[in-house]
Design a protein around this ligand. Structure first.
Ligand code: 4AD
Ligand code: MG
Length: 477
């Protein structure tokens, strides 16, 4: 007979039929009631065991964590909280689980403990909900781009160029670390390395995506990116996934419109398709908030917060306006910011971004036209020659979630900029070629996927929204 999923059984209208289901025991109560979960939904199906006619040795093996195969009849449930249940007629233990040793006991575990047991943490409601939402969001992202005429492009993971110019790259090398070949100057001779030159893991697929935008028109990438920055925060990973659309003939205003429409669309998708998981995470957050001081509690529930983003316009504010607001803000005047804002040109820290979003505007904010010298080399210089056509999207509770820009399409300006920053033209000859042959206005942005999943699930630490987080000093699993 067909094995049904728990999700199928729970939504089935017809009862008194024979069914089969496989899953893992969450709890076994009173030698009678198995709460069974198979990952298809956050909800368990109750399977009722006829314990009087079941071998005692078998009953002992029905323990939390065990994998079981249950045959029986789907009936209307007598109990509260569920419409149907399975009257089990046969139970087969597929895999035992030692109840003393199994780490995931049916009680509340700390997120830290579960991070150490990341291979088992999706057997909890919290992590199964988060990872189903992660999957659903990535589907929604592909769906959005597909429906809007974008091509999915796979940019290389190993690259010779530093797209962000920040020098935070992991080297890819097969040279003998103990005894590398040296050149005449005594430096490591990378011409003898596997790729014949210094190579790294990519920090962004943008530069390659630009080449495809300038022929296919609208493209996007969705892949892993790697940054060797030593920031141990709740919002940084060394390996994270990024979505990067890139569009020919689109300016910065178009870029903002695209980003806003895109974010709203993917969040609407989960509001419609992941109701059970969101309801669970919402309750989780409400419970968590009870143990926090009033000032740190969430003002909106999780679904209210998602709805709010979907239903309201993002506030568009120039960097210059933002600096004025920050300079005159209470925390700046009372010296509450760690980094005080004194003058135009200051780089914004996460405390400033969060002030703007959470205290001042109280909605998602798009900051644009940043000072040229705090942004990457490829951004389009404005007529004022001081600012560039950059944009960052800031979200409540997250801070920067998107970074993007209109790209410098003028060959001479780009060359000057690269020279000023000591970026050799030989390294990016192909990037410069785009400005020689049919150059045009074009723009794009990068969305940090894990930051989006944090926002969508209400999880407070980025390590809890990716299956196996990579952070400084940590690459377990
Ligand atoms: O602002 P970033 O560095 O922009 C770029 O990489 C551009 N090349 C994107 C483009 O225009 N195509 O990174 C984009 C986003 C950030 O806004 C943030 O959400 C996320 O990537 N991000 C990180 N997420 C997790 N861990 C890190 N270490 C991250 N660094 C950036
Ligand atoms: Mg950025």
């Amino acid at each position: 007979m067909k094995i049904s999923t728990v999700s199928e059984l729970l939504s089935q209208e017809i009862t008194l039929v024979d069914v089969e289901v496989k899953g893992w025991v969450r709890t076994f109560r009173a030698n009678r009631f198995i709460a069974l979960n198979d990952g298809s939904t956050i909800n368990n199906i109750q399977c009722v065991v006829d314990f009087e006619n079941t071998d005692e040795a078998l009953l002992k093996r029905i323990t939390t964590g065990a994998a079981v195969h249950i045959k029986g009849q789907l009936v209307e449930s007598q109990g509260k909280g569920q419409k149907v249940e399975v009257q089990a007629s046969s139970i087969e233990i597929l895999g035992d689980s030692d109840p003393e040793a199994y780490p995931i006991q049916p009680k509340k575990h700390s997120l830290e403990f579960l991070r150490d047991n990341a291979h088992l943490r999706t057997r909890t409601n919290t992590f199964s909900a988060v990872m189903r939402l992660r999957s659903s969001l990535s589907f929604a992202i592909h769906k959005y781009f597909n429906e809007n005429g974008f091509y999915y492009m796979h940019t290389p993971i190993i690259t010779g160029s530093d797209a962000e110019g920040a020098g935070e790259m992991f080297r890819v090398s097969t040279l003998d670390a103990k005894n590398p070949p040296l050149n005449e100057e005594g430096n490591v001779d990378y011409s003898q390395d596997f790729f014949g030159k210094e190579s790294n893991l990519t920090v962004s697929g943008q530069l390659e995506a630009e080449t495809y935008a300038m022929s296919l028109g609208k493209v996007y990438t969705f892949g892993p990116t790697f940054r060797a920055e030593n920031s141990n925060t709740s919002r940084h990973l060394s390996e994270f996934w990024m979505i990067e659309p890139e569009v020919a003939f689109m300016d910065l205003a178009g870029n903002m419109d695209l980003a806003e429409d895109f974010m709203k669309s993917v969040l609407s998708y989960i509001l419609e398709h992941n109701k059970d998981d969101l309801a669970f995470l919402e309750q989780r957050q409400i419970q968590e908030d009870k143990s926090k001081p009033q000032a740190e509690r969430n003002e909106m529930t999780l679904t209210e917060k998602l709805r709010f983003v979907v239903d309201n316009n993002f506030k568009r504010v120039s960097y210059t306006e933002a600096i004025d607001i920050l300079r005159n803000s209470k925390p700046n005047k009372k010296k509450k910011f760690q980094y005080l804002i004194n003058e135009w040109g200051a780089d914004l820290q996460s405390e400033h971004e969060r002030f703007l979003v959470e205290k001042h505007f109280k909605c998602p904010v798009i900051l644009f036209d940043y000072p040229a010298n705090i942004k990457a080399f490829y951004m389009r210089l404005n007529e004022d020659e001081k600012t560039v056509r950059a944009m960052d999207i800031l979200f409540p509770g997250i801070g920067e979630i998107v970074g993007g820009s209109q790209r410098e399409e003028r060959l001479d300006v780009l060359k000057e900029k690269m020279a000023a920053l000591d970026i050799p033209e030989e390294e990016l000859w192909w990037y410069l070629d785009l400005r020689k042959y049919g150059t045009a206005v074009h723009s794009g942005f990068g969305l940090g996927f894990e930051r989006l999943v944090m926002f969508a699930t209400g999880m407070g630490n980025i390590r809890d929204v990716i299956p196996y987080p990579r952070t400084p000093q940590n690459a377990e699993f």
